[in-house]
Design a protein around this ligand. Structure first.
Ligand code: HEM
Length: 400
């Protein structure tokens, strides 16, 4: 059995069997009743609902998968075989969880209440993952600028930005930042804050993988900070420490244009996407005790705008005189900062062209940012793992 076939059969059959969906949905009948809740985002129509339990069939399928994977893994020492073994183990855990509960889009986000006009209130799903993430984002109070959005976005990006297109390693699939030494890589300083914030949600929704949870938190952060909709779909699986990536895959802010290109070309991005992605620095701030750098990039660090690009062009940037690492500050207020890698976006001719366009046109920036971020968050995830061929658009909380 080929790896692709194995993955496909395992993921589409084992974790999302119709029988299990029906049984699990019994107590959540409103959600599972196709007449009330339609799975509009699935590639194929759902298989016909069986009349009896499919447990024996599932057990048989599981056994077949076990034999196939075991044979494949034990007869090969290649990386692909190891990956198959990991996928199988994680998939088996997911299947166990799925025996009682099978997630659909409605489990990631509360569907509009209009769909439930005639439903019993006690059956309405009010605690879906996206909605709970929004509560976490908003629970910041005195933290930084009053939102956990920026640090959650940075977690999603750092868990994805380790991807290497040549070896196919890294990316958001296995959420390897949970493990040392990746958790302790200098670039990831401070991201324990974001991981710890999401840990209770992992306990609340044990069926979601860390990679899905972290990237969905990134999506929610952007959307809740007034940014564009980020197409997203679930399917990442939890991996093992052995899949953690070596240090040095994330960008070093003290470097220049060549370094940025080396890092982002390795992920498969081009100059335009490098500039668009860098616009993420419209939100958040640097922390002296995390990266050594200090201060926010914009005057509205919890609202996503194109101000990062506007300020790059409109302000005069001078090197900050201090004992910390080389960074720039705006001459007028000295309250904003730019990293050397940000400043290079208006020094390098090719980068500057795109930065100018984004400074002049926020809609264009939002469109390109959304496309690049959506791709970034899927780096390293085999297409066959996704539950849907079309990414979903989650509603932001002000649309619900
Ligand atoms: C282009 C290369 C990049 C470099 C060199 C870089 C570097 C940095 C550094 C040094 C910090 C400060 C961390 C701290 O002290 O807390 C930071 C924060 C941040 N970065 Fe980047 N970054 C890059 C790209 C990106 C991308 C692509 C995104 C998202 C699309 C992003 C989103 C953020 C956010 C939201 C923060 C603020 C985190 C917070 O407020 O806690 N960065 N980045």
């Amino acid at each position: 059995m080929s790896l692709a076939a194995l993955r496909t059969s395992f993921r589409t059959k084992a974790p999302f069997p119709a029988a299990v969906r029906t049984q699990a949905g019994a107590s959540r009948g409103v959600l599972r009743n196709p007449a009330v809740f339609r799975r509009r985002f699935s590639t194929e129509p759902p298989p016909p609902e069986p009349k009896k339990s499919n447990a024996p069939l599932l057990a048989g399928l599981g056994l077949a998968a076990v034999s196939g994977v075991a044979f494949y893994v034990y007869t090969s020492q290649s990386d692909t075989a190891k990956e198959a073994g990991t996928a199988f183990k994680s998939g088996a855990q997911a299947a166990k969880v799925a025996a009682n509960f099978v997630p659909a889009k409605a489990d990631y986000q509360k569907p509009p209440t209009s769909m439930f006009a005639h439903a019993q209130p006690s059956l309405l799903p009010f605690n879906q993952v996206y909605n709970r993430i929004v509560e976490v984002i908003d629970s910041a109070d005195d933290y930084d600028d009053g939102s956990y959005g920026p640090v959650l976005l940075r977690l999603a990006w750092h868990s994805s930005g380790t991807y290497d297109k040549v070896s196919g390693t890294g990316g958001s699939n296995y959420a390897t930042m949970r493990f040392d030494p990746e958790a302790k890589h200098g670039a990831n300083n401070g991201l324990n804050v974001a991981r710890d914030l999401l840990e209770p949600l992992k306990k609340e929704f044990p069926w979601i993988s860390y990679g899905d949870l972290w990237t969905l938190a990134g999506v929610a952060s952007i959307q809740e900070m007034s940014g564009p909709k980020i197409p997203w779909r679930p399917g990442r699986i939890d991996g093992f420490a052995a899949q953690a990536t070596p240090d040095g895959r994330l960008p070093d802010a003290t470097q220049g244009a060549d370094h940025l290109r080396n890092i982002f070309y390795r992920m498969g991005f081009n100059d335009q996407e490098i500039v668009a992605l860098s616009g993420g620095h419209a939100v958040g701030r640097c922390h002296a005790d995390r990266s050594g750098f200090d201060g926010p990039w914009t005057f509205s660090p919890i609202t996503l705008t194109n101000d990062f690009f506007k300020l790059l062009f409109d302000e005069t940037w001078v090197w900050k005189k201090w004992s910390g690492p080389k960074q720039l500050e705006d001459k007028k207020t000295r309250s904003l900062m730019m990293l050397p890698t940000d400043y290079v976006l208006i020094q390098d001719k090719s980068f500057k062209k795109f930065a100018r366009q984004y400074a002049d046109d926020q809609d264009l920036f939002f469109k390109d940012f959304a496309a690049a971020v959506s791709r970034l968050f899927e780096l390293g995830v085999p297409t066959s793992q996704f539950v849907s061929s079309d990414p979903w658009i989650m509603k932001s909380s002000d649309e619900e």
